[in-house]
Structure formats: structure tokens, C-alpha cells
Design a protein around this ligand. Structure first.
Ligand SMILES: CC(C)(COP(=O)(O)OP(=O)(O)OC[C@H]1O[C@@H](n2cnc3c(N)ncnc32)[C@H](O)[C@@H]1OP(=O)(O)O)[C@@H](O)C(=O)NCCC(=O)NCCS
Length: 446
């Protein structure tokens, strides 16, 4: 692959290949390529992915520009042979916002694979993400592959529970539904945002949406976009809104998938759950008739820690293990400084309250020194272990990211990696205080 200076695109990659940015004129071609390359099973064409691609290139996406796909074109045939994109968004860590670049729709035509075309495009979008000031890149992707570009599987992705139509509780004789469901309208957007934000406090990491992004979620995506959710307000029979639900707008794998259910403070999950299951079952049955598909059950993908899934273990009997987000933190000191208030708050609630001292993290090839003074994180700087000073804790590879994002405890990492070690009680206590395990579950901007 020809090396090129870090100048704006296009770049000549050699062998007749050109790396350039997308334009709206690429929409139909990219939709065809993505619908074909990302279909699951591969034999079919996934129109829902094609619709998503066209939406991204429509110019209407609040955080995605029409030039935000990279494209490798074979100038000898004029065909696009590889492509991916970067969807910018804001996430929060314990409520502290940070910019994220989300690569998606990564694909290369079979005849052009294993020639480094994705690698060169990742180098490009990593530069874009840095220019946008994004501290983290995050991707949901095929097993192992993205580790090669500096990513670690460091946070739960989806997972949840599945139930079947027969598991949905029936209304008792003479009983009437206590709650009803209606599609979210423009006037409901503030309620939707407020209830979602309230529920999100239980997670370590969340995705933040302002009014524009919520409007895009509710009314900006085209029907059939694989990432489009249908949002409903849950309200009492008297019309008082008590919660929100976001489910997919079609059947996939014979199931109706739900990504979001949140209730406002003071509303019982036990009271709402049976009604909600009946509503979703009826909706799945309607979609099946509408789309000529088979409907067998309900999937809830908010992670098994979600309160609804904690109280529906018989009704949703299949537990689905989560997959994982790949996360990349190119400037770890900058990220740790950014989230310092969260770390200081945890320290203040711990046995190490008001701590003064160093915590030295050895990543084997490099490392970090965190200095605390009276409970404040005053310094985060590069540090390298020496013969005389091996540091406080060792993490092979990028495994520290699993601790940072609440994915695994220090003890779990030590059980999985024999070269993850900790030097004594004080370091262990500090690390456990600073980085407790905590789930995250949200659906990202797409
Ligand atoms: C996965 C896919 C995108 C790889 O594209 P590609 O252009 O072959 O990727 P690259 O050649 O840039 O890969 C970079 C490195 O990963 C290796 N690699 C390629 N495919 C791989 C795979 N499936 N698993 C592991 N490593 C792989 C390459 O050999 C290369 O290694 P090197 O840099 O050490 O030489 C392509 O096979 C594809 O489009 N698959 C179908 C769609 C898909 O699964 N997309 C990913 C969705 S998340």
C-alpha cells in the first residue's frame, strides 16, 4: 500500500485505487454494496441496511455529513471496492460528556480483501475523529478483527432476554389494561428525553441526545432503516404518561426487538411489565401480518441488569449473553483527566477518601502515573516501569480499558490474565474504589 502524507483526500493508494470521501451521489451505490456485504445470512440482500445507508447520505442526519464515508474506488472500473464511515456522537461517563467517533458499515468487496484497504481507511477516520476532538472511538463489530486497529472489547453490548408468545401473561377474566401505548408525537419529545435520561443514570456509559437528535430518532429516519425504533408513550388509562418504549419497526429473526423501556420515577415495573409484554406481542403479530413474516417472540436487548429483565425471568426465559463494544482510547491520559471528577467522586465514597499518593499503571510497553492529593487527581502522565520501580499494577495489552469502562473487576482480569498483577492491598483498594464494575446499556447514534 502506497504511503501518503496526511493531506486531505483524495489519495492515490497505488494499483489504480483511489481513497476519497463520499458524496450524496454515492448513496445508491453504497446502499447496494452495504445491503449486500452486511446481510445476515449473507445469501440475502438486507434492504434495511440499504435504507440506513441512504439515510446517512441524505444530508438530514444531525451528526453525519454526506462526506463521512471513506471510499476506495478502483479507477480502472470506476467501482467502489471498499468503504466505511464515522458517525460522531456524544456519550457520557458517569454523566460526564465526551465525544465519540463510531465507525460503521465496514466492508470490502471479496476480490479486494486482505490488501489493507480497511486498515488505511481506519487510519483516515481516526484522524477525522481526533480532529473532531473525540476522545473515544467505538465499534460494534465482528469478533477479533478491530483489535488490529487498537480497539479492546471493553463494554457490554446488548445481551438481554427472549420470551415467546406463550410466555406473555394473559389478561384475567374481567381485567382491563391499566396502561395503554400510543406513538410518540412532537409534544412528547421532552418527556421521552427526560425519562430516558432518568433511567440512564443506572449505567456507567450512556449516549446523550439533545432535542435535535431525539427528533431525528423519532421522525428523521426512514421506515425500514435497520436502526429506526418506533417510540411509544406508556400512559395510564386516565392518560397520564408514565414511561416510554422503543422497539424495532419490523420483525427480525422471527422476533420483535425492544431496545428501550424506561419509567418515570415512582412507577412500578411490576405494574407495567404484563401490559407492556401484551402490547409488544400484539405489535409483533401486526407486523408479521403486515410484512408477511413469522413472529415467534419478543427480544429485549437492554442488558440483563435492566430492571424490567430482572423481574421477568419466567416470562422471558432465555437469557442472552451480551456481546461487547470495541473501544479505542487513543490518548488515555486525556480521557482520564476528562473524567477525573467521576474518579474523585468514587474515591470520596470509598475507604481511600482523601487519598494522597501515586498509582502507577504498567502496560508493559508503556504506562501511566496517576497522582492523587487529598482525594484530587492532580496528575496523569506517561510513566514507564523500571527495574527499581515496577509500579502498582500491571495490565497486558489494552485490558485496562475493561476496568476503566466497568466491564470487569480487577479480580476478574487477574483470573483471566496471569500477567495482570497488583502490588499489595493499597493498590488493590484504590483500583477497586476508582474502577468498580458497572454495566452500560444504551443504543448509540446511527
Ligand atoms: C472484514 C472485512 C471488512 C475486511 O476487509 P479487508 O479489506 O480485507 O481488511 P484489511 O485487509 O484492511 O484488514 C486489515 C488486517 O486484518 C486482516 N484481516 C482481513 N480480514 C480479516 C478477518 N475477517 N479476520 C481477521 N483479520 C482479517 C488482514 O489480513 C489485515 O492484516 P494485516 O494488516 O496484518 O496485513 C471484509 O472481509 C468484509 O467486508 N467482510 C464482510 C463484511 C463484514 O463482515 N464487515 C465487518 C462488519 S463489522
Amino acid at each position: 500500500m502506497t504511503q501518503h502524507a496526511h493531506s486531505p483526500l483524495p489519495h492515490d493508494l497505488g494499483d489504480g485505487l483511489l481513497l476519497r470521501r463520499s458524496t450524496p451521489a454515492d448513496a445508491d451505490t453504497l446502499a447496494e454494496i452495504n445491503g449486500r456485504l452486511h446481510a445476515d445470512p449473507p445469501a440475502i440482500f438486507d434492504e434495511r441496511i440499504a435504507v440506513w445507508t441512504r439515510d446517512l447520505l441524505s444530508g438530514n442526519h444531525p451528526t453525519f455529513g454526506t462526506g463521512d464515508f471513506t471510499i476506495v474506488e478502483d479507477t480502472r472500473t470506476g467501482k467502489i471496492v471498499s468503504s466505511l464511515n464515522l458517525i460522531s456522537q456524544t456519550w457520557a461517563y458517569d454523566g460526564i460528556p465526551f465525544g465519540v467517533g463510531r465507525p460503521e458499515l465496514v466492508g470490502t468487496e471479496p476480490g479486494y480483501r486482505k490488501r489493507g484497504l480497511v486498515r488505511v481507511q481506519f487510519e483516515e477516520i481516526h484522524r477525522w475523529s481526533a480532529e473532531r476532538g473525540e476522545l473515544v472511538q467505538a465499534i460494534t463489530g465482528i469478533p477479533f478483527y478491530y483489535r488490529q486497529f487498537g480497539y479492546e472489547m471493553a463494554m457490554n453490548l446488548h445481551g438481554g432476554r427472549i420470551g415467546y408468545a406463550a410466555n406473555v401473561p394473559k389478561l384475567k377474566e374481567g381485567e382491563v389494561e391499566a396502561f395503554r401505548f400510543r406513538l410518540v408525537g412532537e409534544a412528547d419529545l421532552p418527556f421521552l428525553a427526560e425519562v430516558e435520561a432518568y433511567g440512564s443514570r443506572r449505567w456507567r456509559v450512556t449516549c446523550l441526545r439533545d432535542a435535535t437528535l431525539w427528533r431525528y430518532e423519532v421522525s428523521g429516519k426512514s421506515p425500514g432503516n435497520v436502526n429506526r425504533l418506533e417510540f411509544c408513550v406508556i400512559e395510564t388509562a386516565a392518560g397520564e404518561p408514565v414511561g416510554v418504549v422503543g422497539h424495532s419497526d419490523g420483525i427480525a429473526w422471527n422476533r420483535l426487538g425492544t431496545m428501550l423501556v424506561e419509567l418515570k420515577p415512582g412507577v412500578s415495573w411490576l405494574a407495567v411489565a404484563p401490559c407492556l409484554l401484551r402490547y409488544l406481542r400484539a405489535t409483533g403479530e401486526q407486523y408479521a401480518v403486515r410484512d408477511g413474516k413469522l413472529f415467534e417472540g419478543l427480544g429485549f436487548w437492554m442488558g440483563a441488569d435492566h430492571p424490567l429483565l430482572q423481574i421477568t425471568k419466567d416470562r422471558l426465559p432465555n437469557l442472552c449473553r451480551p456481546y461487547a463494544w470495541y473501544l479505542r482510547v487513543p490518548d488515555l491520559p486525556a480521557f482520564l483527566r476528562h473524567i477525573a471528577p467521576a474518579l474523585e467522586a468514587r474515591l470520596a465514597r470509598s475507604a481511600a477518601v482523601g487519598h494522597t499518593g501515586d498509582l502507577k499503571l504498567d502496560f508493559y510497553r508503556d504506562g501511566l502515573r496517576l497522582a492523587f492529593e487529598n482525594g484530587r487527581l492532580t496528575t496523569v502522565e506517561p510513566w514507564t516501569a523500571t527495574r527499581d520501580d515496577g509500579g502498582s499494577v500491571g495490565f497486558p495489552g489494552l485490558t485496562f480499558l475493561q476496568l476503566l469502562f466497568g466491564h470487569r473487576t480487577l479480580e476478574e482480569l487477574q483470573a483471566a490474565f496471569a500477567d495482570c498483577w497488583v502490588d499489595g492491598d493499597d493498590a488493590r483498594a484504590l483500583l477497586n474504589a476508582l474502577f468498580p464494575k458497572q454495566a452500560s446499556s444504551f443504543w448509540p447514534m446511527a
